[in-house]
Design a protein around this ligand. Structure first.
Ligand SMILES: Nc1ncnc2c1ncn2[C@@H]1O[C@H](COP(=O)(O)OP(=O)(O)O)[C@@H](O)[C@H]1O
Ligand SMILES: [Mg+2]
Length: 314
């Protein structure tokens, strides 16, 4: 079930393409910019790249560049000298030095303030840094991986992100498509996530029934794999039995207007999506009266029940 690129689950074409590039770039020293929506697996891929490089036995240090005020971020990354600002009671080594021999992962790089963009460019180009309050540059030996959920090119056009830094980071770009564009990965992920949560929740679910899997495959997953993970955990906490059934699904998920079917080229799948949408609409019209709905749909009541089960409509 697992990919040979660590714990990255999925066999869809878009994900396989991502992994192929990641594997090629891993053993090099290249800076990689990983793009994709939140929760799509950017940090997981970054970690995989580190694990497949010859730096794997040294540190992998992730830093969220959007989470800290400018001075703190500068000090965290580049370090500072005692007395260089109020509260700097001792010399402090920055992560660029701590990660020596290893990899630093700059998450949400699009959030990094302009002034630090200059320092970062210098670190990448000259392979040296200047801790705050220090006048002699220090050599660094660190590989930089970066990630963003923003359109950095647009940020460059808007003048918010330096173009020289953008080109320097973008030597290699890996884009992870959102989960809704690779629904084929969802069944494997569900299975993996159930097995992941079983021990910590002290449960013993065997899996999810096919209508559940189909229903989950048709959701837009704005929070991508992270959101799917949370939903599976939520369901597992509340559900009983060995298999997750449609009854265990949070109603808000099933009836949400958000269930805009994702685009699927497969005709059978597309027809099913349309059938589902249509039946749900008719049921809504008649206040969930199934007899009445069957009449309007011009099918027998038993065919309607079969369809409801098949299409994962509760
Ligand atoms: N293909 C995948 N297989 C298994 N777990 C995944 C996959 N993609 C993402 N995850 C999990 O989803 C969560 C969010 O992934 P993360 O790499 O932090 O996303 P991002 O950095 O893009 O926000 C993590 O718990 C991660 O382990
Ligand atoms: Mg992240």
């Amino acid at each position: 079930m697992e990919n040979d690129f660590g714990q990255i689950i999925g066999k869809s074409k878009p994900l396989r393409d991502v992994l192929e590039v990641a594997k090629k770039v891993a053993p090099t020293q290249a800076t990689v910019l990983i793009t994709g929506e939140s929760g799509s697996g950017k940090e997981l891929i970054a970690h995989g790249i580190h694990a497949h490089s010859d730096r794997h036995d040294k540190l992998f240090l992730p830093v969220n560049c959007g989470a800290l005020p400018e001075t703190l971020l500068e000090s965290l990354l580049f370090g500072h000298m005692k007395g260089s600002f109020t509260g700097a009671f001792a010399n402090q080594e920055g992560l660029f030095e701590k990660a020596r021999g290893g990899t630093i992962f700059l998450d949400e790089i699009g959030e990094i303030p302009q002034h630090l963009q200059v320092k970062l460019l210098r670190a990448l180009e000259a392979k040296e840094i200047l801790p705050i309050g220090c006048t002699t540059p220090r050599r660094i030996d660190v590989r930089v991986l970066a990630a963003t959920n923003r359109d950095l090119k647009k940020e460059v056009e808007l003048g918010r992100f330096r173009d020289d830094l953008y080109y320097r980071l973008n030597v290699m770009e890996i884009h992870i498509p959102p989960l809704r564009e690779r629904p084929e990965d969802i069944p494997m992920l569900i299975e993996y996530l159930i097995q992941k949560h079983n021990p910590e929740l002290k449960r013993n679910f065997k899996g999810a029934q096919p209508p559940v899997v189909r229903a989950l495959m048709s959701l837009p997953w704005k929070g991508n794999v992270r959101e799917l993970d949370n939903v599976i955990e939520h369901i597992m906490i509340l559900a009983d039995g060995e298999w997750i059934t449609l009854n265990d699904m949070p109603p808000a998920l099933l009836n949400s207007d958000e269930t805009v079917p994702p685009f699927t080229p497969d005709l059978k799948e597309a027809v099913m999506q349309f059938e589902k949408q249509h039946i749900v609409r008719v049921l809504d019209q008649v206040g969930q009266d199934r007899k009445e709905a069957a009449k309007l749909l011009d099918i027998s009541l038993s065919s309607l029940y079969r369809k409801l089960e098949e299409l994962g409509i509760s």
